[in-house]
Write a protein that binds this ligand. Structure first.
Ligand code: F0G
Length: 358
């Protein structure tokens, strides 16, 4: 057996890198594609979950960040900058730390999950909370990278998309073809674009017989692509995808057209319902933004848009431990309070509803 070497080394021949590119890796990629019988039973499709929370910093961003930071170092950058709803900042901070360069991260003040904030600080990023939303942060990051010696590592940097396409390669390796449908959460639509590129390359290589229909979901309060216009004050509990003016909007529309794809919106209640189904029935813990893939599947299946027997892959983008507070709330909005007992087996048996064996 050998250790997985990270996406740059595993897919060196299929990425825009050369022998001169230093490989800055934390072993990202190689994430599990997990069959989800409970979701198959609910929909009549054959459903798999691509668990991107298993990446080194707990999100899919690491696939793009290994590429973006490696290229930045290749080009002599000593500092990188990004705007983020949290995961990109955690990833940029970790990969920059590993490379021995500086990361500056701009995040909307008070609007990112505690786990992600902690990661950026732990990895020694220069964390700046901006009194604005993500879209303001991205405008600022673009402005600063254009005018100061600091390299932009948001997904408007093509290296990010290039690294992220490797997730599609991994799916194809397991399924031996593309799935019929692939569902992803959508914020800036970089990942939607990246999967489409990965699958398109697999088709061109003759490894697959088709493109999957790419289905992307935005939170109802932050659904600019679905609405067809930017959203000035995006709102949703899925903080990772609270984005009103997606950076890869045009690319995503092209990807949708090329794959006979679809963009839909899901409200927060349905996101949280799907979040509970995924953790309680499948055993996979994700952050709320990731659960929108599950919610989107259930909504499309209900609408009759997923024929029985279809193969469906859901990407769940970020680990549940990043933003765990949502697990401690019931569907009716009350707090979950775990039962407290004295040191007494009989009392515990009573709480568990167990009666003694005869
Ligand atoms: N899911 C999670 C957990 C994310 O963090 C993001 C984006 C997305 C989905 C959407 O991906 O932007 O490629 O459409 N997070 C970015 C960040 C914006 O700053 O961490 P996308």
């Amino acid at each position: 057996s050998r250790q997985w070497r990270g996406v740059l080394r595993e897919y060196a021949d299929r990425l825009d890198i050369s022998d001169a590119t230093p490989v800055v890796t934390l072993g990202e990629g190689g994430t599990p594609l997990i069959p989800a019988p409970a979701l198959s039973a609910r929909t009549g499709a054959t459903v798999y979950v691509k668990y991107e929370g298993m990446n080194p910093t707990g999100s899919f961003k690491d696939r793009g960040m290994t590429m973006a930071i490696s290229k930045a170092v290749e080009h002599g950058a000593e500092a990188v900058i990004c705007a983020s709803t949290g995961n990109t900042s955690a990833s940029a901070a970790a990969y920059a730390a590993h490379a021995g360069i500086t990361a500056a991260v701009l995040v909307p003040e008070g609007k990112i999950a505690l786990g992600k904030l902690s990661q950026a600080i732990a990895h020694n990023a220069q964390l700046i909370q901006v009194q604005g939303n993500f879209d303001d942060c991205l405008d600022l990051a673009r402005d600063l990278s254009a005018n100061y010696p600091v390299h932009l590592v948001n997904s408007v940097n093509p290296d990010r998309i290039e690294g992220q396409k490797t997730a599609a390669f991994e799916v194809v390796e397991v399924l031996q073809d593309a799935p019929d449908f692939h569902i992803v959460p959508v914020g800036n639509a970089g990942n939607y674009t990246a999967y489409t590129r990965g699958y398109t390359e697999e088709l061109e290589r003759g490894v697959t017989t088709k493109l999957p229909r790419m289905f992307g979901f935005q939170a109802a309060g932050s659904a600019p692509i679905v609405l067809g216009h930017p959203v000035t004050n995006p709102e949703t509990i899925a903080s990772a995808i609270r984005i009103g003016n997606p950076a890869s909007w045009e690319l995503a529309l092209a990807a949708r057209d090329a794959t006979d794809g679809y963009f839909g919106a899901i409200d927060d209640d349905h996101i949280l319902a799907a979040y509970r189904i995924l953790s309680a029935e499948v055993g996979i813990f994700v952050e709320p933004a990731s659960a929108i893939s599950v919610a989107g599947l259930l909504e499309r299946a209900e609408a009759g848009a997923i024929p029985a027997g279809s193969t469906v892959v859901l990407t769940v983008t970020g680990h549940g431990l990043k933003d765990p507070q949502w697990a401690l709330r019931t569907a009716d909005g009350s707090d979950v309070t775990p039962t407290v007992v004295p040191v007494d087996a009989a009392e515990i048996a009573g709480v568990l509803g167990l009666s003694k064996e005869a």
